[in-house]
Design a binder for this molecule. Structure first.
Ligand code: HEM
Length: 386
């Protein structure tokens, strides 16, 4: 996508796309939109294909609940209320305490790779690591992981800029089934409370006015899905970037203490979430254009992360020791700034530190197969040899 993003930044950085969305591709504009008071509530979109798609998702169904009641889809004050219920578990300090568990899970993944002399990095490490971490934080009982993985793979296609009708039908079916699974998990947890995030959310719900039943379902699914569908791409895209830039792989192997900064550079270089969205509630002026009220605005984070006007002439180069890599917008910005950022950073740092030091012979093991998504873009299969 990067040559297309570059062309858009150069020729039409605030682009009125015929599908009924405005694409914002420059760094400064992206930050302006993210920090603005634009809404995240898609029900306010009043025109275009996205309006039709929003109407197709019946608000009373499981999918409607999940896709409209999570904190990601709510404006203040509801957003503030929902986010504050879980925020303290995700601070860098709370998350830091998980490092030994994360290291153990990384090592289990690396053991699988060692046993096979390589194999598919997505299957052995990039997927199981974040999936297991968020499952444990939520305190989920053993469930049908494969089914949940398949369903969440469909649900996140709702984040594609314009899903086609067949995809949309599958998104809705997956949302309905996930909502049912979530209700079962909540019922189980009510019977078996623990020292975990889901128990804490249930306590807030039982308290009465802090969280409704449907909101609880929506937050559970959001945390579960956001907890792994993104970090999988950080680990896999970062590995692809290293394999395609052997000088940077050699540098990281020589100086594993660069791993934390390398993670910031991987996030910048190949953003696990390529775009996020906002809705205008009044005409909004940007880059010399006026975006009308009720428009859907796609903020192309991955393009902002490569904008030469901000990063300089080597924006397209991977440099794991880049000084300001942390200024990427891969986690968004403003009130919806990724709640799981500290957790994703921890998982990424520990994974890369250990991957490069344990396997000095890390090399490509075949063609990468991509997941076919525009937004949550990453490898479906990443063959390596060690
Ligand atoms: C929100 C990216 C990992 C939970 C977001 C947003 C982005 C993002 C772009 C939306 C920002 C906006 O629209 O302004 C990422 C990336 C990750 C990652 C790139 C991994 C590399 C995680 C993890 C969790 C998580 C591990 C764990 C639970 C959330 C939640 C929100 C969010 C709950 C909604 C926050 C809100 O609306 O206030 N993330 N995320 N994310 N993320 Fe992440």
């Amino acid at each position: 996508p990067y040559p297309t993003y570059r062309r858009m930044r150069e020729t039409d950085p605030v682009h009125d796309h015929p599908f009924g969305l405005w694409m914002v591709t420059r760094y400064e504009d992206a930050v302006t939109v993210l920090r603005s008071k634009l809404s995240v509530e898609e029900k306010l979109v009043n025109a275009g294909m996205l309006r039709e798609q929003y109407d197709a998702i019946d608000a009373d169904t499981g999918a409607g609940t999940i896709l409209s009641l999570s904190m990601l889809d709510r404006d203040p004050p509801d957003h503030t209320r929902l986010r504050s219920l879980v925020a303290k578990v995700f601070t860098p300090r709370s998350v830091g305490a998980l490092e030994p568990q994360v290291a153990e899970l990384v090592d289990e993944g690396l053991d699988r790779i060692a046993a096979d002399g390589g194999g598919d990095l997505v299957e052995s490490l990039a997927f199981p690591l974040p999936f297991e971490v968020i499952s444990r934080m939520l305190g989920l009982p053993p469930t049908d992981h494969l089914r949940i993985r398949e369903l969440s793979g469909w649900l996140v296609r709702s984040l594609e800029p314009v899903p086609d009708d067949e995809t949309l039908a599958r998104v809705i079916a997956a949302g309905d089934e996930l909502a049912e699974i979530a209700r079962d998990l909540i019922a189980y947890k009510r019977e078996h409370p623990g020292d975990d995030l889901l128990t804490a959310m249930i306590a807030a719900e039982e308290d009465g006015d802090r969280l409704s039943d449907d909101e609880l379902v929506a937050q559970l699914v959001l945390l579960y899905v956001a907890g792994h569908e993104t970090t999988v791409n950080l680990v896999a895209n970062g590995t692809v970037a290293l394999l395609r830039n052997p000088d940077q792989l050699a540098l990281l192997r020589e100086r594993p203490e660069l791993a934390a900064n390398a993670v910031e550079e991987f996030l910048r270089y190949d953003s696990p979430v390529q775009q996020t969205r906002r809705v205008t509630t009044a005409p909004f002026e940007l880059g010399g254009k006026v975006i009308p009220e009720g428009s859907f605005v796609s903020v192309v984070l991955a393009s902002a992360n490569r904008d030469e006007a901000f990063w300089g002439p080597d924006a397209d180069r991977l440099r794991i020791d880049r000084d300001n890599a942390r200024q990427h917008v891969s986690f968004g910005s403003g009130v919806h700034h990724c709640l799981g950022a500290a957790l994703a950073r921890l998982e990424g740092r520990v994974a890369f530190e250990r991957l490069v030091t344990r396997f000095p012979g890390l090399a490509p093991g075949g063609e990468v197969r991509w997941n076919g998504r525009i937004n949550l873009r990453g490898p479906a299969e990443l063959p390596i040899t060690v």
